[in-house]
Design a protein around this ligand. Structure first.
Ligand SMILES: *Cc1c(COP(=O)(O)O)cnc(C)c1O
Length: 299
């Protein structure tokens, strides 16, 4: 795997807002690397620095078989000279998912954790007493935490990002959105599109990463999860193909397909005033599309 990033992030115009007299540009974080793309390396920055300062040798994290986060940790560990240990839910699948295959190729050690134990989310409990815990640096699932948000805030340092009226991003753990709120300018509205169903505590979890004066600086728009996390429908997949034909922007079915669907729908509903200049954060994740049947997507 080549080094990261292979390409600096850039902003690209689209015609999505033309009908509505709105500017819709895309921040192409999906282009930083073919496999380790998007917001994940931004979120990891602070954790990597802390692990170095503390002299830890092994990065430990947890995630599912298609997790962009697991793969990003594997890649970051290799680049920065750490070992990496990935704790994954359930039985070892045969064959391994493309994501886990890539993680192993990046020298990540995988452990498959019984579901009841995984559910507790206590990574220390998932390790055996024989593991040398002094070496371990634990990165929370999905990179959730203030350290992760601080890293994600640097997304807003990308030239021109603070010039837009509105920033829109997909929301999983909310760490990236918190980072956009931290790094954004005061005049900007930050809108998050949750990709999980019924994430009641999400708003509180995002606030938890922010100082009180920023608690009201973002909004979440529900109703675009398409059945829940990593769920999809023919409508969503058709939209992703159509979007690609119209804009040349490829999306993933877990996060950014739902994000762009929401942007398109909200534009039609007049959510943003005419004349708005909007920046959609393409957070990457395209590697996850490899779990779809071949031919489902045209890109
Ligand atoms: C992880 C991920 C997100 C969500 O990021 P959070 O910080 O967890 O909200 C969005 N898009 C892609 C492509 C991701 O991989």
């Amino acid at each position: 795997m080549s080094s990261i990033p292979v390409r600096a992030p850039y902003i690209e115009p689209t015609k999505l807002g033309h009908k509505f007299h709105t500017t819709v540009d895309v921040l192409r974080l999906d282009e930083v690397h073919p496999v380790v793309s998007g917001n994940k390396l931004f979120k990891l920055q602070g954790y990597l620095e802390e692990a170095k300062v503390q002299g830890r040798k092994t990065l430990v994290t947890m995630g599912g078989a298609y997790s962009n986060h697991i793969l990003a940790v594997a890649a970051a560990a290799q680049l920065e000279g750490f070992h990496s240990l990935g704790l994954t839910r359930g039985e070892k699948p045969t064959p391994l998912s493309p994501t886990l295959t890539d993680a192993v190729a990046l020298h990540m050690e995988l452990r498959f954790i019984a579901r009841h134990l995984y559910r507790e989310k206590d990574m220390r409990q998932m390790l055996s007493p024989a593991d040398k815990s002094n070496d371990h640096y634990f990165i929370p699932e999905g990179g959730y935490g203030r350290t992760g948000a601080r890293g994600a805030a640097t997304i807003m340092d990308i030239p021109c990002a603070r010039d837009y009226d509105g920033i829109i991003a997909a929301v999983g753990s909310g760490t990236t959105l918190a980072g956009l709120v931290l790094g954004g300018a005061d005049h900007q509205t930050i809108t998050g599109i949750p990709v999980l169903k019924g994430a009641h505590s999400l708003e509180a979890e995002i606030r938890n990463l922010l100082p009180p004066e920023r608690h009201e600086k973002f909004s979440l728009i529900e109703g675009y999860h398409f059945g829940g996390y990593a769920k999809h429908t023919p409508l969503l997949l058709d939209f992703m193909n159509q979007l690609y034909l119209e804009t040349g922007v490829p999306t993933d079915f877990v996060y950014t397909g739902k994000l762009f669907y929401a942007v398109n729908d909200l534009l039609a509903k007049g959510f943003w005033p005419a004349g708005s200049r909007l920046l959609v954060v393409h957070s990457g994740g395209l590697q996850g599309n490899r779990s779809l049947a071949k031919g489902t997507l045209i890109f």
